[in-house]
Design a binder for this molecule. Structure first.
Ligand SMILES: [Zn+2]
Length: 170
């Protein structure tokens, strides 16, 4: 009988790696506000500045830089979405706004989830997006598949740190 001891839950390992360090720092402190984007660290969670105002949470006095703003400054992305094919070339306005709207929704849930870079290539046949979290990359791939069908692939890079989501439709 094969031992079941050596299972590797790559998703679990990756999340511990990715979020452990960043959150440990914030957890050690008190409630704080990100000096760059206004996200609020409250009760051990990051919430958007807008949501904090809606919940009537007083802005914390302590300022920090949130994990997402640190990532943007350092250029270290957590996920990548590559979109290509004739369908994108022909419907880029529609697809771009679908992705932007999904990012806004994701960011309302978790302000640490955001698009870091947006590169259209080859005369708009290809779009390459970098996201702060692998979760957002997967979410954007999912919304494309749901809206337009096409071919969706997930790939993990070395050490399972970064997910590349590829979506293609001709
Ligand atoms: Zn921030």
């Amino acid at each position: 009988m094969r031992s079941q001891k050596s299972y590797t839950n790559t998703t679990f390992t990756k999340r511990v790696d990715h979020e452990g360090g960043e959150h440990r720092e914030a957890r050690a402190g008190h409630n704080a506000v990100c000096k760059t984007c206004g996200a609020v660290f409250e009760n051990k969670h990051w919430i958007s500045g807008m949501r904090a105002r809606a919940l009537h949470i007083a802005p914390p006095k302590e300022t920090v830089e949130c994990p997402a703003c640190k990532q943007v400054a350092a250029g270290t992305y957590g996920g990548e979405v590559i979109i290509d094919g004739k369908f994108y070339a022909e419907h880029h306005d529609e697809i771009d706004s679908l992705l932007r709207n999904e990012e806004l929704r994701a960011r309302e849930d978790n302000p640490i989830s955001r698009i870091m870079s947006w590169n259209a290539k080859k005369g708009l046949d290809t779009l390459d997006i970098e996201t702060t979290t692998d979760h957002l990359a997967q979410r954007l791939g999912h919304v494309l598949k749901k809206a337009y069908s096409g071919e969706l692939q997930y790939n993990f890079s070395h050490e399972n740190k970064v997910v590349r989501v590829s979506w293609h439709r001709d």
